[in-house]
Design a binder for this molecule. Structure first.
Ligand code: 5GP
Ligand code: ZN
Length: 141
């Protein structure tokens, strides 16, 4: 289902222009308006889902299936040394558009504009604690 008011649905319908880099029946990839690094691309399912929680497995499969080919093209174009692939769900995680999307960010070095700071808290998570957490997560599947 597409949403009238959703900016990415409008882009998928061609009602709002975008710099398209890939398209098939289910998926569209286009340059992010705010380029963090050259080639910063958004990959979206054409079928609207607010976020990863709402994504149907088939829609997720179709969306992720396009990622290797697009990533290889971005690598060739930008001569990137690496790539970050990420998706933000929820305001706290940085989501600003409520239509599921993957960011593909070609990387060159640690000072190229993209930074995700990871603080690890290994001392709080003993092997026993990890086992209990994993088991508890499984109970929600
Ligand atoms: P989020 O913050 O939700 O993970 O990412 C949304 C991204 O969509 C942002 O990086 C923002 O620059 C991009 N964006 C928002 N509106 C538009 C638009 O109309 N066209 C394009 N190409 N990108 C957009
Ligand atoms: Zn949408």
């Amino acid at each position: 289902m597409q949403k009238d008011s959703c900016i990415f649905c409008k882009i998928a319908r061609g009602e709002v222009p975008s710099h398209k880099v890939f398209e098939n029946d289910d998926v569209l990839a286009f340059l992010d308006l705010s380029q963090v690094t050259k080639g910063h691309t958004l990959v979206i399912p054409k079928h609207h889902a607010d976020n990863v929680y709402e994504l149907e497995a088939e829609v997720a499969a179709a969306t992720f299936a396009a990622v290797p080919q697009i990533s290889r093209a971005l690598q060739k174009e930008t001569d990137a040394a690496g790539i970050n692939i990420l998706s933000n769900t929820g305001k706290v995680a940085g989501q600003s558009v409520s239509h599921f999307h993957l960011h593909l960010l070609p990387r060159h070095d640690k000072h190229d504009g993209f930074g995700a700071k990871w603080e690890v808290h290994n001392d709080e998570y003993t092997p026993e604690a990890l086992a209990a957490i994993a088991k508890s997560i499984q109970s929600h599947l």
